[in-house]
Write a protein that binds this ligand. Sequence first.
Ligand code: PMT
Length: 405
Amino acid sequence: MKILLGVTGGIAAYKSLELVRLFMKAGHQVQVVMTAGAKEFIQPLSFQALSGNPVRDQLFDENQEAGMGHIELARWADLIVIAPCSAETLAKLRMGRADDLLMTLCLATDRPIMLAPAMNRLMWSNAATQENVALLQQRGFEILTPAEGEQACGEVGAGRMPEPETIFSQAERYLDAQQKNAQAWAELHPSWQGKRLLITAGPTFEDLDPVRFIGNRSSGKMGFAIAEVAHKLGAQVTLIAGPVSLSCSPDISRLDVRSAQQMFEAVQSHYAQQDVFISAAAVADFRPANQSNQKIKKRTDQDLMSLQLVKNPDIVAWVAEQANKPFVVGFAAETENVLDYAQSKLKRKQLDMICANQVGKNLGFESEQNALTLVTRDAVEALMISSKKQQAFELLKFLASLHSF
Ligand code: PMT
């Protein structure tokens, strides 16, 4: 495998020499990129001697670029490891800066990036650093937990770079998982290539007046994850999104709606050309019977207030009734008796399949993770808790395995 090792400024930079040695001993090829800060702590020559490759440190150096251009270098790597990764580097990665060679490589690559943070304990626990770490994790960076102990500054706490052996074994495990993952994606790709998939995601907002609405806690993450994974598997995806603050790939055809009625109309205009319809949206079952044009005033003599609600159309049930319907997959968000309720929804709404999820306890709504139970009339498959992206992959794999699909 080809490892691109980024070394940034920190006293732990000298330990990365051992990391290069471990990678080389295991048969990997290593290219080292150093930042200006790293060179304050260690000479490039030491890395060059161990890796057998010239160290890269300049973005605009004709001689260095003549060997291998920076974009070529970004594509060369199977894995980018930044060790030590300074607080400054975390912040720059978060912002998407491209002000030196290492940052430019990270921005110009689609390869996995593993970070081994190393910094003073207060810098590590600072809210800004923690926010950067959380956001980078969300974007798919693999971030190792720093070790605890005595630090170069004399303080004791969490922030030391993990030992080279730990970084090495985590990188090996990660590469292994990545390889298996790539294989699984390649196997599933032909089943989804060119399939037309319609997905609803997110909540619906049912307006009461110009400032108030009835809504729910759906973030849209589950539906967007399905849309993204299906798109990467080669499907033609149409995503009908309720009011959410998520972005999606520009190749996904996206329609933004607000209310259940608007979502219904969007589905009605698109369902007929589809192979599969997945209804992951949390659609409001009812909407206010009357929508006021002005802000509804609070009456001082009023302790109780009632709202009259009317039923919204059941979108997924409507699609399932159509003669030219696609394969219809519903979702069921339940707080109890998850499987029982899901099975009865499957029958009542005449769906081909339903994905049941327990909501609450940090699962389902808003969270990054989920644990779906995939239910058809003949089969039940419970997935282990994992990221919504992984759940989406498993769901699409399950769908592809169905004879009726
Ligand atoms: O968006 P996230 O924060 O990532 O959270 C994901 C999720 C929990 C919202 C998602 O995984 C999920 O479970 N979505 C369905 C939630 C829901 O509304 O379930 P339900 O049991 O109320 O509805 C059953 C099915 O009927 C769903 O497929 C729903 O889209 C559909 N429905 C419901 C009412 C309605 N009027 N029209 C519909 O199409």
